[in-house]
Design a protein. Structure first.
Length: 479
């Protein structure tokens, strides 16, 4: 999607270049690099491996997640190079007994390295479920290992926020949701990434102007309490705003007494109406949103301002919005900030990246499983794919299987992981944010139809193919 000028700020270059400029290859945990050197010294670095990124539980105690972040992750893979500055920094890290942490010949290997990986992933905006893989990475063990931290950082966060936004949008029942979270986001990147993910999840606009520039997301906003407080009284502030604002006129009415603020907003609205203009809305940001919105709606209608809508904010999330709607609050637009962009009730997705298959010197695959005492954390062996069955236009069943034991083709079924990179070269075109968003809205709507409220679609079935389940159990039992 483009902005009003017809282009996004990232057209012709990627977001990482537009926002950060330099190399981000060291966006990783130190142990990824020390393990990489260890693989190289042990002669394992070129052994072919397969890793999968998945999450163990659906976020927010809900029934689904909305995949997001692949676009940025793919750009990270495309740009993956160790710059001279990166290598100089690594060369200076101290090791034991006054030595260096990294050998110069290993750093030379990193300098010459170009990724030759195959990457398959679920397209952004796809509804997914635990424990389905979102990303599959196949190639030299050392290269696969070096991508772990960045892929988890990018895809975990954006999937979490897109899912939260989707739940909020479902709770709003089709009314516009505006993302107002920048000031409470976890840092600048958290704010930008959250705005992108929230738009994918169903928010109609953002207050984040940089996200609007970078992604072409519509930007919206009203005014702050400080505007009202800067004038002698509320009426003067409203009059000044109606004359100064070139956008739709929306007045924040709760700086002092809310219903008195509504009454003063109505006076401004009637003056605008006499001039052939309109008061587009009022915003409530505190107090009893049910009682205040009902009273405000009556006052506006009695004054003949039926087309003036009520926007509400104030620490909202899907549960609060659903509760307000159930109580009949006549709110037409929802402003959601802190609890959306921080994933308030679950601040991390908990996605993991696990080795599932490793080829020996002869090229023969050996399945790998992490077991641990906690059976819930046991990983999945093989080279995995997800087959989704659809009936009457709605997803009805997913099966995780090993591509070495393919499932029979079936009508109305498709595999979710699609090629993104082959041999280190990107093979899938970049998708517009508008297309990604539309996919997400369509899939969530299809999933949610017939489901009571929005919180948890009824136990969507995700199964392990019988042979894969047996193989997993065998490997766990051997440990």
């Amino acid at each position: 999607m483009t902005n009003q000028g017809g282009m996004t700020a990232t057209q012709g270059k990627g977001l990482l270049e537009a926002l950060y400029g330099g190399s981000l290859t060291l966006l990783t945990d130190l142990y990824q690099l020390t393990m990489a050197q260890g693989y190289w010294k042990a002669g394992l670095d070129r052994h072919e491996a397969v890793f999968h990124h998945y999450f163990r539980r659906n976020p927010f105690d809900g029934g689904y997640a909305l995949a997001c972040g692949l676009g940025l992750a793919a750009e990270f893979v495309e740009r993956f190079r160790f710059s001279p500055d990166d290598l100089d920094y690594l060369a200076g890290l101290p090791g034991q007994e006054g030595g260096h942490l990294f050998e110069s010949s290993f750093l030379g290997h990193l300098e010459d390295m170009r990724l030759s990986l195959d990457v398959d992933a679920v397209p952004e905006g796809t509804v997914v479920f635990a424990p389905e893989p979102l990303v599959r990475v196949r190639g030299p063990l050392l290269q696969c290992q070096l991508l772990e931290t960045a892929l988890l950082n990018i895809v975990n966060f954006q999937t979490l926020i897109a899912t939260k936004a989707s739940r909020v949008a479902l709770a709003a029942g089709g009314a516009p949701v505006l993302e107002f979270g920048l000031r409470r986001a976890q840092g600048m990147d958290g704010g930008v990434s959250a705005s992108r993910a929230a738009y994918v999840g169903g928010c109609a606009a953002t207050s984040n102007v940089l996200a609007g520039k970078l992604f072409g997301i519509p930007v919206r906003g009203t005014h702050a309490h400080s505007w009202v407080m800067a004038f002698a009284d509320e009426a003067e502030a409203f009059e000044a705003w109606s004359g100064a604002s070139t956008a739709e006129c929306v007045l924040l009415v709760d700086t002092y007494d809310t219903l008195e603020g509504v009454a003063k907003a109505i006076k401004t609205g009637l003056k605008l109406k006499a001039q052939g203009r309109r008061l587009a809305g009022i915003r409530l940001d505190s107090g009893d949103l049910v009682g205040l919105s009902k009273a405000a709606r009556r006052m506006l209608d009695e004054a003949g301002l039926m087309d003036c809508v009520i926007t509400a904010s104030s620490d909202l999330d899907e549960s609060a919005i659903a509760g307000l709607r159930e109580q009949g609050a006549p709110i037409a637009v929802w402003g959601v900030g802190t609890r959306l962009v921080t994933g308030h009730d679950q601040p991390a997705l908990g996605g993991v990246y696990k080795l599932s298959c490793l080829a020996g010197p002869s090229g023969e695959w050996k399945d790998k499983v992490k077991t641990a005492d906690d059976g819930a954390k046991a990983s999945y062996p093989g080279i995995l794919q997800v087959r989704r069955s659809v009936e009457n236009g709605r997803p009805c069943r997913d099966v995780i299987y090993d591509v070495r034991r393919p499932l029979p083709a079936g009508a109305g079924a498709k595999d979710l992981l699609v090629p993104v990179f082959r041999g280190g070269m990107r093979v899938s075109p970049e998708e517009s944010l508008a297309k990604i968003r539309e996919r997400g809205l369509s899939q969530v709507k299809s999933l949610a139809e017939g489901v009571r409220r929005f919180v948890k679609p009824e136990s969507y079935p995700v199964e392990l193919e019988a042979g894969l389940e047996r193989r997993r159990n065998e490997l766990i039992a051997r440990r």
